[in-house]
Ligand binder design. Structure first.
Ligand code: ATP
Length: 319
């Protein structure tokens, strides 16, 4: 029987547990053995390996974080580290590994695959910044959390006639920002992908203030890196009391949404199907709303369009 491992690596995301559970239980259903590797590639190198059965993954589908823990592993960036990892896999008798993480983790998975250990990458990050897939595990939960938080901020911004500038996560990408911005009815959304004109935003605010509007919501992606500066400038230019809120890590936690759980489960299942056939060096993703898989090198060289349609709607909306 085949024996496979599963690990989570890089930043955590809600739904990683659902993916671990799916990998474990899909493999068991096929008569495969499963082990959990703790703390990403570190656990492989240090031998932090746990035997897994159906009960090991009990009661985790609804939990945020990752029961396998996650870490970065600098040693895995060089050839000796990967060689050591491949040796460990042979020692344990692993016929493949499912790696849940981001692009960095997929590079490690490609290197390990090249050394004869088939690896399958699953996209796990709240940022949705992985080019080969329309969707990453954790994205929906993070957006819903941000939306709920901003709804609360809106209450108090309204009571005090304030402008709230809210920074959302997304690393270098603005996917969370533009979607959440639209969902909360923000007057402006500032992302790394699109140019922005603060004078135009302030002019728009001043224009609608004449119609009696007294509170405003501006969503800024963390990748812009200028939240405090933008906040100060808006206050200076408009005279509206303006406060910045940085949502931060709250967006990385919490119970995963239906969408995250279902997609994590589908992707985990697909990864096991590939490993059962001895196929490695692939990333599982979503394309045209369907689960598919793609060569890791090809996945890493792809680019992904930004949400131009959503931007167009936002820019074409009166406030
Ligand atoms: P996230 O973007 O959500 O943080 P990530 O997977 O991109 O996830 P990284 O810290 O970039 O996060 O990578 C995680 C781990 O993958 C690294 O600590 C390292 O062990 C491995 N890794 C990263 N880059 C490489 C590489 N070029 N070659 C081999 N392994 C790599």
């Amino acid at each position: 029987a085949k024996k496979i491992g599963v690990l989570t690596s890089g930043g955590d995301a809600p739904g990683m547990n659902a993916a671990v559970r799916a990998v474990c239980r899909a493999a068991l259903a096929r008569g495969m053995e499963v082990v959990g590797i703790k703390r990403g590639y570190n656990g492989l190198l240090n031998g932090e390996i746990i035997e897994m059965n159906a009960r090991t993954v009990s009661n985790i589908i609804q939990r945020g974080g990752t029961c396998l823990y996650t870490a970065r592993c600098p040693e895995f960036r060089n050839k000796e580290g990967v060689q050591k990892g491949a040796d460990k896999c042979r020692e344990i008798g692993l016929d493949g590994i499912v790696v849940i993480g981001g692009d960095g983790s997929f590079r490690g998975a490609a290197d390990l695959s090249a050394m004869g250990i088939p690896c399958i990458g699953l996209p796990g990050t709240i940022d949705n910044d992985i080019s080969c897939t329309e969707y990453t595990i954790g994205y929906d939960t993070a957006m819903n959390t941000a939306m709920e938080m901003i709804d609360k901020i809106r209450d108090t911004a309204q009571s005090h006639d304030r402008c709230s500038v809210v920074e959302v996560m997304g690393r270098n990408a603005g996917y969370i920002a533009i979607n959440v911005g639209l969902a909360v009815g923000a007057e402006a959304v500032i992302t790394p992908e699109e140019d922005y004109d603060l004078d135009a935003i302030c002019a728009k605010m001043q224009k609608v203030m004449k119609s009696g509007k007294t509170h405003f919501l501006i969503v800024v992606a963390e990748g812009v890196g200028k939240t405090e500066e933008i906040t100060k400038l808006i206050q200076e230019k408009t005279g509206v009391e303006t406060r910045a809120t940085i949502l931060g890590h709250v967006q990385r936690g919490g119970s995963p949404t239906v969408r995250d759980r279902v997609i994590a489960t589908q992707m985990g299942y697909h990864a096991v199907e590939l490993l059962e056939k001895g196929i490695g060096n692939r990333v599982v993703g979503m394309r045209d709303n369907k689960i598919y898989d793609v060569d890791i090198q090809e996945a890493l060289s792809m680019t992904k369009p930004f949400e131009d349609e959503l931007y167009a709607i936002l820019n074409d909306t009166a406030f």
